[in-house]
Design a protein around this ligand. Structure first.
Ligand SMILES: C[S@@+](CC[C@H](N)C(=O)[O-])C[C@H]1O[C@@H](n2cnc3c(N)ncnc32)[C@H](O)[C@@H]1O
Length: 337
């Protein structure tokens, strides 16, 4: 039996850091495939092993204790910062050593939104996109890829490209900032695929996306545009060494998952900057309660992500129209060697 000290959170944290520095993946294809199989088959429960190989059982049906307030099963991915940042009050790590776990939430509902309405919004925004400086820059950047780099990409998987069905009656054409970003980010996917196809003698480049917010009418609309939407975690499983991964401000640590699962042919994602150690921040709520804010973003850059990007040529993405934020192209180096 372990001594109390061996079982302490601090001891687990040290083990986690040791394994991480030795290269043990936080996220594995085997766990994601198993989880995907359980979800696909509609099983009631799944067992997920944590970073120290302890088994945890999760309900894949919404449990009674939260059935009044939620309607969706979600996968929570905990990056290395979540696993190694002690909560200041509790002196423990919020999720222990769990890298992947099941949580429950509510699915966003788009009342009165139809595929036709999304298509109409898409066609309006398409005009703005086609004439934009950002689209022009994107086209020029793709023209700089070498024939080998182009040939290396056979599909595109987009993560977290946002809610295409989030049309807003406050705007005459229904396209508020959220929909404008989401629609344009999906258009970029289609534009990239088209250019790569042209540059590669007409070979089809398939487009996939994973963003749970588009479940329902959003995904149906994307299908009519030639984009195949995948449920979490199928998008991650779809990524291979011939994939271009596009990920834009995700609510999950996409870069850490991909760095562990599979180095793709290329990425267009949030610019990787050297990670900085951050501290929890205290926030006083309107009711006077004090709460702590976790100091890292939802898609933090880890040392492993930095190491991964060293394998890629880098080119800043020029988003003159401010639909994407600060992104960089990463294209695998050794293809031309
Ligand atoms: C901050 S929003 C960014 C949306 C859009 N890319 C933008 O720039 O406006 C985060 C997005 O991550 C998506 N997201 C949450 N969980 C996800 C998951 N497991 N896989 C892919 N996307 C996810 C959310 O639904 C949401 O659309």
């Amino acid at each position: 039996m372990a001594s109390p000290d061996e079982m302490s959170p601090d001891n687990d944290l040290q083990k986690t850091l040791k394994f991480y520095n030795e290269g043990k993946p936080l996220f594995t294809r085997a766990v994601l495939e198993d989880l995907d199989r359980h979800l696909e088959k509609g099983e009631n429960k799944v067992v997920i092993r944590d970073y120290l190989d302890n088994e945890h059982v999760y309900d894949l049906e919404i449990p009674d204790w939260c059935a009044d307030s939620v309607d969706t099963v979600r996968i929570k991915y905990n990056g290395i910062e979540t696993l190694t940042t002690l909560h200041p009050d509790e002196n423990k790590v919020s999720w222990g050593t769990r890298t992947m776990m099941i949580t429950y939430g509510s699915h966003y509902k788009y009342d009165n939104i139809t595929v036709e309405k999304v298509r109409t919004a898409f066609e309006r925004q398409w005009e703005a996109w086609k004439q934009s400086k950002t689209c022009k820059h994107l086209t020029q950047q793709l023209e700089k890829l070498t024939p080998n780099q182009v040939a290396a990409i056979t599909k595109i998987v987009g993560f977290a490209l946002g809610p295409v069905a989030c049309l807003d009656v406050k705007f005459a054409d229904g396209i508020g900032p959220s929909a404008a970003n989401a629609l344009t980010q999906h258009m970029a996917l289609l534009t990239i695929a088209k250019i790569l196809e042209q540059q590669n003698g007409g070979r089809k480049v398939k487009c996939y996306t994973q963003d749970p917010v588009n479940k329902g009418v959003g995904n149906e609309s994307l299908k009519t545009l030639g984009i195949t939407s995948l449920d979490d975690p199928k998008g991650f499983l779809e990524v291979d060494d011939k994939t271009l991964v596009v990920s834009i401000h995700p609510n999950v640590p996409v870069r850490q998952v991909i760095a562990d699962l599979q180095y793709p042919a290329a990425m267009l994602w949030n610019t990787v900057e050297e990670p900085v150690k951050r501290e929890w921040e205290q926030k006083i709520m309107d009711d006077g309660d004090v709460t702590w804010i976790f100091p890292y973003s939802t898609d933090p850059v880890s040392s492993r992500v930095v190491r991964m990007t060293e394998q890629y040529d880098q080119l800043p993405f020029d988003d003159a129209d401010d639909w994407f934020g600060k992104l960089t192209w990463y294209v695998m180096k050794h293809r031309d060697a």
